[in-house]
Design a binder for this molecule. Structure first.
Ligand SMILES: Cc1cc2nc3c(=O)[nH]c(=O)nc-3n(C[C@H](O)[C@H](O)[C@H](O)COP(=O)(O)O)c2cc1C
Length: 313
């Protein structure tokens, strides 16, 4: 097993609290990051942090004990710092800053990837937030390579390092790249070689071969996994050398997810959550394709219960 640290990427609207519980429960992750808490111009109440990261109410860990770090997104250094202080009082397993979100609504309000055109502001944000985070709480930032091109990547990374982040997660794309493959792993390498702090590589790791390739291309020991682990929850285990894991072994996790979703969301929304996950699982498991086809027309919880109960191997 390679000496590596594997983390679960924040995925707003996809890796919800239920899926995070299931994916981390399947195993192999060292830590995970919540989707972003958006900070605009006010000090958020505690429940705003709990809404995005309910794990904060359980020691900032998923049910199996994986530490959950909480991500903040915003552009005002002092306001971010004040909110970081409030977050620290809730004992997060870590704090991460978002400089990667490409969403136009977020970018219009000077949040996420658009700030990569302002390395000096990145530095001020990191330094202001750093000042509020005790040394024993990991403090990271997650960035793309730039807004329209990769040129600002190293300057932004150096600014964040100088601002005091402990490690930097780099998603190997610009905002303009969206999610179009391939990810530019060679640019992550450029950032890594310019920095003294650890760089965590992220982007387009779907299988064990991709994992080996991103490590070789970037020189990074540590990798953050996103959509690849939604498609194949056993990916961290496979990377760690566990084999013979298939649909039969995964199916209990699908049932666990479904039960959790039914407890948490309105009945009319529950089947949609399961359909969304199965749409990703289809990439790695033919059985998930079959199940999602059977599920397509179902809209009622009882019908989905019956379908899952009848799943045979
Ligand atoms: C649906 C979705 C939501 C995302 N939400 C966030 C987010 O809240 N914060 C963040 O930093 N990145 C977010 N990302 C980006 C991922 O964390 C990750 O950087 C990206 O998907 C590339 O990694 P991958 O190819 O392994 O998926 C999101 C990605 C997706 C697909």
């Amino acid at each position: 097993m390679p000496d590596t640290c594997l983390s679960l990427a924040p995925m707003e609207g996809l890796a919800d609290v239920d899926l995070r519980a299931v994916l981390s429960g399947v195993g192999g992750f060292d830590w995970a990051v919540s989707p972003f808490v958006r900070i605009t111009n006010s000090l958020l109440p505690e429940h705003a942090f709990f809404r995005v990261c309910p794990e904060l109410q359980r020691g900032s860990r998923t049910p199996d004990g994986t530490p959950m770090r909480v991500q903040l997104l915003g552009s005002d250094p002092e306001c971010l710092a004040d909110n970081a202080s409030r977050l620290v009082a809730l004992s997060p397993a870590g704090v991460d800053l978002n400089f990667g979100c490409p969403a136009p609504t977020v970018n219009r309000h000077r949040g996420g990837a658009v700030l990569l055109s302002e390395p000096e502001l990145l530095h001020r944000i990191a330094a202001a937030v750093r000042a509020r985070i005790p040394r024993n709480i990991p403090f990271t930032a997650k960035m793309r390579l730039g807004v329209d091109d990769v040129h600002p990547a190293v300057a932004c990374a150096l600014a964040l390092q100088a601002g005091g982040v402990d490690a930097l997660i780099v998603h190997g794309r610009t905002r303009a790249d969206g999610y179009r493959p391939p990810a530019r792993w060679e640019e992550i390498a450029r950032v890594r070689s310019a920095l003294a702090i650890p760089v965590i590589a992220n982007g387009e790791v779907w299988n064990v071969a991709d994992y080996a390739a991103i490590r070789a291309a970037t020189g990074c020991a540590d990798v953050m996994l996103g959509r690849g682990v939604v498609a194949d929850p056993f990916l961290p285990q496979r990377i760690r050398g566990v084999s013979n894991l298939g649909w039969r072994e995964l199916f209990p996790a699908v049932q666990t997810y479904w039960s959790a979703v039914c407890r948490r969301v309105l009945p009319q929304h529950a089947p949609g959550r399961l359909k969304q996950w199965l749409a990703w699982l289809r990439r790695a498991y033919p059985e998930a394709l079959q199940l999602s086809q059977q599920l397509r027309a179902l809209t009622r919880v009882a019908e989905v219960d019956a379908l899952l109960a009848g799943e045979r191997f």
